[in-house]
Design a protein around this ligand. Structure first.
Ligand code: GDD
Ligand code: MN
Length: 378
């Protein structure tokens, strides 16, 4: 009896035609620890999108703060709300992509959960796509003077400016905010490039534009970037390096994988570790041979641990697999060293340029280490 009443009242509170009218717009919201932002955002979407047949898919990477549970509670009351609850995975780009792929609507929008993006411009964006004026509409922070002085710290603003500048250079497209996390696009345009998109990093929009076989019709709608309401930003130094890695990858037409840059940077920190360890061993009075061996082992170990923590954060090895992975890493890097010396020696036999020989060996060794460990360790 009570159940029937609840059921009836729930039906009454539902949007009239839900389930009969096809959904025109799917709003994809990637979330990671955004518990307190879910209900306010859903409420704002309801208001902004009244009169449109829409749904929202929250893609949550099993946030520890219980974001997914909040979304599911909401979904019980409103069938337009859905939760894509991902386990054992992390990453903004991958989350956005999965949300888009889960949609059957002709148009999808992507918006941050933290209320920094202005949802009231969504109907205007949809209008541009409906009319065929645009295939992709980007919410842009840079078109209004107000857009500039809210939300971002001076440091973030400068970083964002540089990222935008590089992206425009690479894309050769006239987009004032190509790294925006707020945009709307025809779903088929994402699906056709989906296999080529990177699931790492933050720059989903950049990747979607860069991967298109033909030039897209792009429109921009200005909005003012707001202050984050609750929770913390997940954009950190690693995200920036990943972004540079992605650009490098696009510039080389996917020859250099996005992770390679990060792997290379970690590799160079190994050099510092090596010299620090060597200095310490010498200071302790160990012989040079012993010191150099210990230093190399220390550098290799620190490289392994940092790569496991940072470069391969999404595939991090733990427990017993951390140990076997470490052994494999050392074996491969050892082989890489032998190949490095052999190649350098070969080159040295045909040219007197010692630095060219050295660099050839080092580059071969680095590629070997990257490819080998990415296949056999992570
Ligand atoms: N599922 C999932 N997994 N969601 C994530 C992850 C993740 O690993 N990392 C971040 N998110 C979600 C956040 O919960 C938030 O809803 C949204 O993605 C954006 O993350 P923020 O941490 O708020 O990013 P930001 O505000 O610092 O960065 C903004 O500006 C960038 C350009 O400078 C975002 O709009 C970015 O998308 C944009 O590229
Ligand atoms: Mn944000």
């Amino acid at each position: 009896m009570i159940f029937a009443e609840i059921h009836a009242s729930r039906l009454a509170s539902q949007p009239a035609l839900q389930g009969q009218e096809p959904i025109e717009l799917t709003v994809v919201v990637p979330t990671f620890n955004e518990r307190d932002n879910i209900c306010p955002l859903a409420e704002r979407l309801r208001v902004a999108l009244s009169g449109i047949s829409w749904q929202v898919i929250f893609v949550d990477d099993n946030s520890a703060d219980g974001t997914a549970q909040v979304v599911k509670r909401l979904a019980n009351d409103d069938p337009r709300v859905m939760c894509l609850h991902r386990i054992g995975r992390r990453g903004l780009a991958g989350a956005v992509l999965e949300g888009v792929m889960a949609s059957a609507a002709p148009v999808v929008a992507v918006i941050d959960a933290d209320l920094q993006h202005d949802e009231t411009i969504l109907p205007g964006m949809l209008g541009l796509i409906r009319s065929g004026e645009a295939e992709l509409v980007v919410g842009s922070r840079y078109l209004t003077p107000e857009g500039l002085d809210t939300g971002l710290s001076p440091m973030r603003l400068a970083g964002s400016r540089v990222a935008t500048w590089i992206a425009r250079l690479v894309l050769r497209a006239e987009v004032s905010d190509p790294v925006s996390g707020f945009f709307m696009i025809r779903r088929d345009l994402v699906e056709r490039v989906a296999p080529r998109l990177s699931s790492q990093g933050f720059k989903v929009l950049f990747d979607i534009i860069a991967s298109q076989p033909e030039k897209l019709k792009i429109a921009e709608v200005p909005y003012a970037f707001a202050e984050r309401q609750a929770g913390d930003s997940k954009l950190d130094g690693r995200v920036v390096i990943e972004y540079l890695g992605l650009i490098l990858s696009k510039l080389t037409r996917n020859v250099v994988p996005p992770r390679a840059l990060l792997f290379g940077i970690v590799g160079s920190t190994g050099l510092l570790v090596h010299f620090a360890a060597l200095y310490l061993c010498r200071w302790l009075g160990l012989t040079f041979i012993i010191s150099q061996t210990l230093a190399a082992l220390t550098a290799m170990t620190s490289n392994f641990l940092i790569n496991n923590q940072v470069t391969y954060r999404d595939r991090r090895l733990k427990g017993w697999r951390l140990f076997t992975g470490y052994l494999r890493f050392c074996a491969l890097c050892g082989l890489g060293l032998v190949a490095n010396v052999a190649i350098a020696d070969l080159v040295h036999q045909v040219t007197p340029l010692w630095w060219l020989a050295g660099a050839s060996g080092a580059i071969f060794g680095a590629i070997w280490n990257y490819v080998g460990t990415s296949l056999a360790v992570w």
